[in-house]
Design a protein around this ligand. Sequence first.
Ligand code: ADP
Ligand code: GN1
Ligand code: MG
Length: 373
Amino acid sequence: MNRLDLLKALLEDFAIYGDFESVEPFGSGHINTTFASRWNQAGVSVRYLHQRINEAVFHHPDQVMENITRVTAHIARQLARVPDRSRRTLTVVPARNGKAWVKDREGGWWRTYLFIEGTKSLEVVSSREEASFLGKCIGNFQKQLAGLGGPRLHETIPSFHDMEYRYRNFYAALEKNSVGRAASAAEEIAFMKENEERGSVLVRAVRTGRLPERICHNDTKMNNILIDKATSEALCVSDLDTVMPGTSLFDVGDLVRTVTTTAAEDEKELARVAWNAEYFRALLSGYLSEAAEFFTDAEWELLAEAGRNITQIMALRFLTDYLEGDHYYHIDRSDHNIDRCRNQIALIRSLDAEWKTALDIVAGFRACPAKTG
Ligand code: ADP
Ligand code: GN1
Ligand code: MG
């Protein structure tokens, strides 16, 4: 049975009112399988978003949903008097039995959210205003979650941004060379080896306590942020599966990786991939307008490194998946993962060529955080 049929068979188990009209695949995420459905509710057409959680990636979907339920309820409480609240945070639509998920007949886990209408997500930024809104949205998200009470959130993917763990996986895949692709990735493999030591700086700073632990999103690539089509404001942070303890720098790093580049993550024409200093400045201006108030000295000191670091870990993970035969990320073509890896390496090279500019921009904000906004 395909996933659409599995979903159709269980839609009635969610607490959705009205008459079912249609359901179709939706979005371009690399991990979950996403659908949007349409319902007639007393004469008004309303959409919902449904996702099958990828169990190969998230081994404890119940823990994922417990985290998401707590986090979204906490944000919703903080937005109590803000207009348009249900477009500013995901809202979990529970099952009729009160749980946050429904299991299909093959054991797959499904969840439903209100569909946030009038939004889009971006693959490439095209203005400084967009970059600034995206940064502000994530700074605000981190601030909203700073006050989350109760037990520590579950680590839904242990060691997710642990570069040393990712290198161990990479070396194991290289050694096995199970699908015979190592020779076709020789240059990328060499790049990863050369950059191994520098890449560990963030994870070591977390481990030693130099960087404070904070609740963060951990997957803030910009197409996980929903943007209001009417105002261009970055409204809502989606894809909350990896919300868990980490460092603020993982989130700002993934924004730098996706917002300050001139090309999409899988652009094959590497001449089009360039680091954009103006988008970097605008992104940090928005982010720091929220985050500067809680930033510690160590966060300031490692801020410039964050984007390079998260770009490197993604390059390494795409390369590892390529060497292992593409079992992790959704792909559209056989070279997709190595193309993504090359793209990320090109971005690091472009950033390195302007490293002094990046440091100067960070230093400028540190000296005068009031310049943010
Ligand atoms: P994946 O883990 O596969 O990346 P996401 O949770 O990011 O899945 O969802 C895929 C896409 O669907 C997102 O990039 C976003 O654009 C869109 N999306 C996610 N949640 C909603 C929602 N509640 N309303 C509207 N669009 C959404
Ligand atoms: C995945 O789920 P999605 O497509 O938003 C991945 C991220 C990577 C990203 C690269 C849980 O994000 O870590 O940065 O692809 N998510 C997971 O595009 O592995
Ligand atoms: Mg996503």
